[in-house]
Design a protein around this ligand. Structure first.
Ligand SMILES: [Zn+2]
Length: 529
């Protein structure tokens, strides 16, 4: 009796909401894909690994099932070559030398040697503190003015001064832009001081990650750090060691940097001596590319890209006895969304004028490499790509009431997202944490660099709300940890609502008379010329 009346109510409720707003997603099919992609069998989907290959094979099978056309080089695949670099730490050392006194740094505890810059076997150089280490011509800002860094290691406090807008600051903090400036100034390498105010994860876990090999694209055209000899990251808890004997302390720098205040510039009393050994290995992976063809005789030759990275960080140092970094949210969630989207267009076809390109890239965790390769060598004519909607770790772990949109004010994609979200009672929010550099931290950035308007959206929260705390805890405990697995609470309704917004956005871009446009005052518009 009770059951019956309840189910009658349910029928009524469903038909009302169905007439008001067709719903294509239930969250469950999305979650089912994640269960496959983030299974221990996929071994954390490290770029070029057999786990990643298995995940890609699953994705291709799903895309085929949804009736999509292959749009890679070898069917759905676009091969990408990498060289991986593994530090051999037992053969490495870092030593501070001050007034003839030698003070070794403990690798892992005090500092570690990065491999995104290929380290020279031996480096010995004086150090100079250069504040944020930025040169931003648009703002007449130059940390290197009047400073001699030739033949020296520059010590940089990560972050940026408050009067430099987020996207601009993010742009100049990319390794590519940074090294252009440092190379011109004659620096030999970079010592990074982490801003304690913008640490996503504690040092213990940052330091554990150093055991993962780094990768670069194995093509000369992508060498961004020619001439660089060393990159070192220092534990904030050990950073005073560098400043001993100089005119300033790290505590003082961190206090100023926390509020993005101007920082001083000065030589350090110590030089740094580094001995390093790195083993390199060549390997191959691929991007997966599929096409949902449009129907307009002219516009179908234009493409709306929906992208997500399928790789994660693989197997690493164990935490609580678990060494598989499953990457359920990062970015099983985005990959699953792409597959779910493909299925939804088969189940509920939509007349699309432009074509949609579904793109699952590799190498994101190694530095946005798969998307960098694709954006430079797209499998469709470069000018035919009208937009990139990127999905990376959108975190439906709370109900979707606020949608955080990076790139919200940079192109009219932001306006379209705003309309679509608001029609569903969802509020949009621009980047609330410019210090975290999120706009350059996922694959949309490579499209932006090639002039393509792009957005990346995720479930957001109001400042100071309980939800904000949930996100903060998630980052501290699960981000890039083995516990980002399928045994974590997610909100399937929130995921479904997010997918619905993405679907509406794709349809809007595919069918609008006009290609998305950069806003006149967006910094990123420069790449479109
Ligand atoms: Zn990640």
């Amino acid at each position: 009796m009770k059951t019956k009346s309840a189910s009658l109510l349910l029928v009524l409720a469903v038909s009302v909401s169905a007439s008001a707003q067709t719903t294509h997603f239930d969250g469950q099919t999305w979650w089912d894909h994640i269960k496959v992609l983030a299974d221990d069998k996929m071994e954390g989907r490290d770029s070029g690994s057999r786990g990643e290959r298995a995940a890609q094979a699953y994705a291709v099978e799903q895309l085929k099932k949804a009736g999509l056309e292959p749009a890679g080089i070898n069917g759905f695949y676009q091969p990408v070559r990498f060289v991986s670099r593994q530090i051999v730490e037992k053969d490495c050392s870092l030593t501070l030398v001050r007034d003839g006194q030698r003070e070794p740094l403990v690798l892992g505890d005090d500092a570690f040697i990065g491999t995104r810059i290929m380290p020279a076997p031996e480096v010995k150089a004086p150090m100079v503190f250069v504040g944020y280490g930025l040169k931003v011509p648009e703002k007449n800002y130059d940390d290197f003015a009047g400073l001699d860094v030739k033949g020296k290691l520059v010590v940089i406090f990560s972050g940026s001064p408050a009067d430099i807008p987020g996207p601009l600051a993010s742009h100049y903090q990319t390794l590519l832009e940074r090294w252009k400036v440092l190379r011109a100034a004659g620096a030999v390498g970079i010592v990074s001081l982490i801003n304690p105010a913008s640490m996503d994860i504690p040092w213990s876990r940052i330091s554990l990650n150093r055991a993962h090999p780094s990768m670069e694209l194995d093509y000369p055209e992508f060498d961004e750090t020619a001439g660089a000899q060393l990159a070192v990251t220092i534990n904030p808890a050990s950073a005073e060691k560098l400043f001993a004997g100089s005119s300033h302390t790290f505590a003082e720098i961190a206090e100023l940097g926390k509020d993005r205040k101007p920082l001083p510039h000065f030589p350090l009393a110590a030089s740094l001596e580094a001995r390093t050994k790195v083993e390199t290995e060549k390997l191959e992976s691929a991007n997966v590319v599929a096409r949902l063809p449009g129907s307009d005789p002219t516009l179908r030759d234009e493409y709306v890209v929906l992208s997500a990275h399928i790789d994660h960080v693989g197997i690493g140092a164990p935490i609580n006895g678990d060494s598989i970094y499953n990457g359920a949210m990062d970015n099983g969630s985005g990959s699953a969304l792409v597959l779910d989207m493909a299925a939804s267009f088969k189940k509920n076809p939509e007349k699309l004028r432009r074509s949609i390109l579904l793109l699952l890239v590799t190498g994101e965790e190694k530095g946005l490499l798969g998307s960098k390769y694709f954006a430079a060598h797209p499998t469709v004519p470069p000018k035919s790509i009208v937009a990139d909607v990127n999905v990376d770790m959108f975190l439906p772990i709370v109900p979707l009431k606020v949608l955080r949109v990076l790139g919200l004010d940079d192109s009219d994609l932001g306006d379209r997202v705003r309309d679509i979200a608001q029609a569903r009672g969802v509020k949009v929010q621009p980047d609330p944490e410019p210090l975290r550099n999120l706009f350059i931290r996922s694959d949309q950035y490579n499209f932006i660099r090639h002039g393509v308007p792009a957005v990346i959206m995720s479930v957001g929260s109001e400042p100071g709300s309980p939800e904000q705390k949930i996100f903060k805890d998630w980052l501290t405990q699960r981000y890039h940890a083995p516990s980002d697995d399928v045994n974590q609470p997610v909100d399937l309704k929130s995921a479904a609502k997010y997918e619905e917004i993405v679907r509406s956005l794709l349809i809007n871009i595919a069918n609008d008379d006009h290609r998305p446009q950069w806003k006149q005052d967006s910094f990123f518009r420069r790449y479109a010329n």
